[in-house]
Each structure stands twice: as structure tokens, then as C-alpha cells.
Design a binder for this molecule. Structure first.
Ligand SMILES: NC(=O)c1ccc[n+]([C@@H]2O[C@H](COP(=O)([O-])OP(=O)(O)OC[C@H]3O[C@@H](n4cnc5c(N)ncnc54)[C@H](OP(=O)(O)O)[C@@H]3O)[C@@H](O)[C@H]2O)c1
Length: 389
């Protein structure tokens, strides 16, 4: 029997890949997509764009928009009243507000916790529901776990301390799931950090990839060169989620990550960037303790005894590539939370996913796969990205 899927977040970075991959699965029938749009036509246009992006065929008889917003009060009722949705077998919840900026904290909480609850309340009444796939994040483990491999079983931990509201809300999301649905209907997939695409084309989103563009721009980096970074490409994550979702499983929580064998480091990423952009100065990593000094330099208030003065060639280089040092303040404002995350050195154990009979291969490390699209760093507007971290 064909399985019908309801997906949220299909217009997003990962959700778009999930939608395309779902549309190729022989066992999948209709795919209902929750989309924010002012009209049905606009919703169709937004979904068609996802298919156009990869020159893929959009079949309106199979890909069906459901207009709605996770912030909407009557969302549960409107989904329950929608007769089309009575035979949904899978729900894939990928929508989230992924902002790291504290100015969006309330919205992040509203969407990622209360929005999820609205979907969960509806899902409870769905007789046909087999599996609720919650796209979580491995970073819910919190900031106390440093420089080591993290297991699936270590989260959700209600005592975890979070660097940003976003990871807290994603952790709470997992807690909510268990309140509404029995364990055997829950599948939690926790990607690590999704960086770009392993295929030689423009990824749907430059989120995270813009931090590499910032590295390429600055060349003197206030971060540790050798911290382990667990990064995976979006196509790998989507492919792995498909395999986990449609296979017999031993567990209901899986990291979708690079793990110990596939993680990278800022130094290794720098080698890949340098090879593609050899005309800029060599990379130099000066440690996270220098973030403050870089910010002070950008404010023209750097102390005379700052160790940053030991790098005059980079300070001259910065003066040459920026119209105003204020530009560096903008960049550092956006980069700061990412550097904090990077410096945690968390690697997410992927042996669960790799050792089961899913047919999932180890992801190549980011410094390898990103070579396919490294030239795209030039196209990224780093200043705009830094304003919306
Ligand atoms: N990117 C990563 O590195 C990463 C890592 C681990 C886990 N994840 C998880 O993966 C999932 C997808 O992330 P992503 O990077 O693909 O994010 P994204 O590109 O920002 O996409 C977010 C999606 O959620 C939708 N959405 C946001 N607010 C909504 C609302 N109020 N009502 C309905 N839909 C709403 C967006 O719709 P619009 O198009 O209308 O804005 C978009 O389709 C998230 O659950 C995230 O937590 C991401």
C-alpha cells in the first residue's frame, strides 16, 4: 500500500531535499506540504520552486500544498478538519525557526515548541499515522559536553545548558513528542551541523556555509584551528533520513552525523579554501580568546599591548578589503555564536545509524566534499548573512 506523507518545512534547506527525496520513493503516494503562503497558487509556486531548483518535475497531483503557519492559533483544528489529510501515514516535521539571535527568542519558542505541539495534537487523532519523524538537532546536548563524542542516549537532558534558545527549544520538542505519542510512533533524527551540499551545485541555502565565506574573507581567524567539527552535507542528511524512515529500526533516536571518522577541523577546511582562493593571505588561527580584541580593533579601541598587534600584515589586509572597520563589527556579531559552537568540539556518535541495516555509508569529511562547491564562497553576501545569524 502506498504511504501518504505530511511534511512541514518543505520550502527550507533540509526540508526541500526531504521533499524531493520523498517524491522519488516508490512507496510514497501523496505528499502534503504545510506551506506559509497567502493563497493556494502562491503555495504551489513555492513548492514548484523547490523542484525547479534541481530541474526536477513537479507533479501537482502528488505534491499538495496545505496552507498554514505554525504560529496560527487554529492550526490543529484546520488540519483536523481537512478531509484530504485523513489518510496520512507519516508526518515529517522539519519546520523550525533556526535563528541564533536572541531578538527572535520568543518566536523560536513559539514555532519550535508550541507550533510542534499543534502538529502533535492533530497527529494524536490521526488513525492512519504510523510514524512521526521529528527532525531534531544533535546540538541539543548542551554546552557542558566539550571535546568529546556525544551519544544519542545523552539527550534530551533537561539540565543541559544551552548557548542559544534554538537548541533549548529543539530539546523541548523531543520532550513534547513523548507526551503526545507512544514511543513506537516516534522517530527522532538528529542531524549535526549541516554544511552545504556534496554535489557540485549551489546549495538551497548558504546557512553555515557563509561562515566559511567569512573565514575566506578574514584569513586571520579568532578560533582554535584544531577543534573537531561534526559537519554533514544536506544531501547526505536527507538521504540518510529516508533510509532510516523506511527501514526496520532498532531505536527511535538517531544521530545523522559525520562522527569520529568523518569530522573535520577549521585547519582542514582552511586548506581546502586556500587551495581554491590562493591569492589571499595564508590562514592564521589565533584562538577564540582573540574575538574580543578583533571586536575592539573594529571599534578602533584596541589596547596597545594587545597580541593582535603581532599580526600587522593582517590588520593592513583588513583595512584594504573593508571600506570601514564597522563592517568587521557586523561580521563578528554574526560569527560569534558560531565560533562558540565550533569551540565545543562536539562529535556526534554515528555508529547507531551506520551499524544498522540501513545501507548508509560514512559521510566524507566536510573539507573533502565541500571542494565540489567551494568556488561558490565568492557568491555569498557575508554581511547580509551576518545580520541574520
Ligand atoms: N541547518 C542545520 O545545520 C541543521 C542542523 C541540525 C538540525 N537542523 C534541523 O533541520 C530542520 C530544518 O532546518 P533548515 O536548516 O532546513 O531550516 P530552514 O532552511 O530555515 O527552513 C525552515 C523551514 O521551516 C519553515 N517554517 C519556519 N517557520 C514556520 C512557521 N511559522 N510555519 C510554518 N513553517 C515554518 C520555513 O518556511 P518558510 O519557507 O515559509 O520560511 C522553512 O520551510 C530544523 O528542524 C532544524 O532544527 C538543521
Amino acid at each position: 500500500m502506498m504511504k501518504n506523507v505530511f511534511i512541514t518545512g518543505a520550502t527550507g534547506f533540509l526540508g526541500g531535499e526531504l521533499l524531493i527525496d520523498l517524491s522519488k520513493r516508490p512507496e510514497v503516494g501523496k505528499i502534503y506540504c504545510l506551506v506559509r503562503a497567502g493563497s493556494r497558487e502562491k503555495a504551489i509556486q513555492r513548492l514548484k520552486k523547490v523542484f525547479d531548483f534541481h530541474n526536477d518535475h513537479f507533479d501537482p497531483s502528488r505534491i499538495i500544498p496545505v496552507q498554514g503557519d505554525l504560529a496560527q492559533d487554529n492550526l490543529t483544528a484546520s488540519l483536523a478538519e481537512n478531509k484530504l489529510l485523513e489518510d496520512v501515514h507519516y508526518i515529517v516535521h522539519s519546520a523550525a525557526n533556526t535563528s541564533f539571535s536572541p531578538i527572535y527568542d520568543k518566536m523560536v519558542e513559539d514555532i519550535n515548541i508550541h507550533g510542534l505541539e499543534k502538529i502533535l495534537k492533530w497527529s494524536q487523532s490521526l488513525k492512519s499515522l504510523e510514524t512521526f519523524v521529528y527532525v531534531g538537532t544533535a546540538t541539543i546536548c548542551g554546552k557542558q559536553l566539550k571535546n568529546r563524542t556525544v551519544l544519542e542516549t545523552e539527550s534530551p537532558n533537561l539540565n543541559a545548558e544551552h548557548l542559544v534558545k534554538y537548541t533549548y527549544t529543539k530539546m523541548q520538542g523531543e520532550v513534547q513528542l513523548k507526551k503526545y505519542l507512544p514511543e513506537d510512533k516516534i522517530l527522532i533524527v538528529r542531524p549535526s551541523i549541516i554544511l552545504g551540499d556534496s554535489r557540485p551545485w549551489t546549495p538551497r541555502s548558504y546557512v553555515i556555509m557563509w561562515t566559511l565565506a567569512c573565514m575566506n574573507f578574514l584569513r586571520l581567524i579568532p578560533a582554535n584551528a584544531n577543534t573537531l567539527l561534526d559537519m554533514v552535507p544536506v544531501d547526505y542528511v536527507s538521504g540518510a533520513i529516508m533510509k532510516i524512515m523506511f527501514s526496520k529500526r532498532k531505536h527511535n533516536v538517531y544521530h545523522v552525523s559525520a562522527g569520529e571518522n568523518g569530522s573535520t577541523t577549521p585547519a582542514q577546511l582552511a586548506i581546502t579554501i586556500e587551495a581554491a582562493f590562493p591569492d589571499s593571505p595564508k590562514f592564521n588561527f589565533v584562538g577564540r580568546e582573540m574575538v574580543r580584541d578583533v571586536k575592539m580593533w573594529a571599534r578602533k579601541r584596541l589596547n596597545e599591548d594587545s597580541p593582535l598587534h603581532k599580526h600587522p600584515e593582517y590588520l593592513d589586509y583588513w583595512k584594504g578589503i573593508m571600506e570601514d572597520t564597522g563592517e568587521l563589527r557586523v561580521l563578528m556579531g554574526g560569527l560569534d555564536p558560531y565560533i562558540e559552537f565550533m569551540e565545543l568540539g562536539q562529535v556526534f556518535d554515528n555508529t547507531r545509524m551506520l551499524s544498522e541495516d540501513f545501507g548508509i555509508q560514512q559521510s566524507p569529511p566536510a573539507h573533502e566534499y565541500i571542494k565540489n562547491s567551494i568556488h561558490l564562497l565568492e557568491n555569498i553576501d557575508i554581511f547580509e548573512a551576518a545580520l541574520e545569524p
